[in-house]
Design a protein around this ligand. Sequence first.
Ligand SMILES: C[S@@+](CC[C@H](N)C(=O)[O-])C[C@H]1O[C@@H](n2cnc3c(N)ncnc32)[C@H](O)[C@@H]1O
Length: 256
Amino acid sequence: MTDPKSLSRERFAEHADEYVKSPTHAAGADLDKLVELTHAQPEWVALDVATGGGHTAIAVAPLVAGMVALDLTPEMLDAARGLAEERGIAGIEFVLGDAEALPFADESFDLVTCRIAAHHFPDIQRSVDEVARVLRPGGRFVLQDQCVPESAASAAFVNLFDRLRDPSHSRALSQSAWAEVVRRSRLSLGESAHFEKRMALTEWTRMQSCSAETVVRLREMLADASEVALAWMAPEGDGDDLSFVIRQLVFCAEKP
Ligand SMILES: C[S@@+](CC[C@H](N)C(=O)[O-])C[C@H]1O[C@@H](n2cnc3c(N)ncnc32)[C@H](O)[C@@H]1O
């Protein structure tokens, strides 16, 4: 069986350009809020973990003195580098690495961001422990990820739905599970915000080249969802018009 990180690398290598072009990733009120919560200062050195197409690193880089963008997938780093060049954003250092074993010294960053990626990490606690290690005291962590309901059964359902579309999806957390992870990493939780993104099932599955059988199975899952899961995912329409909601959590935390 392929290990989760090799699977992530394989799938993102194959779909790198899709993530650069994806409107969900490229912009939005969620990205604006993430940038606002960084409280970025011109003398700061920042790290963007799992930079993907580079949208977060590119948004924050002009606000700080130094920006390092890290990702597990070489093809994603190439795609992000290309987008930064296209946008005329110079000075981002692109580094190949794993969120669960950051290749940086203790206390080397003022700010760490991580957007729409943690659900791919097999050990989220370890990745946040790593963030806490590389932050200087007083440094800030701003995370955005899709989140799941507090009910364990509905959370499992939403994660199963996501994993069927993308087998490199490990597990998205609920808001209270995130609060516990942050507490265990000895960071102080600050402001948080929620965003909803309505996705067309056809576009969402196209981005990951899902087979026709997988699309049928996803439609069946939505049709059979429990009341809690239905309230969470809010499916609307049918056929090519079927859409549902992905809920995103954005929060900041500080290293004391
Ligand atoms: C959806 S993309 C990230 C989107 C991006 N942060 C943005 O703001 O648009 C997810 C990324 O996580 C990366 N990734 C998955 N597992 C990782 C890990 N363990 N360490 C670092 N990067 C990882 C993938 O290679 C992929 O580029």
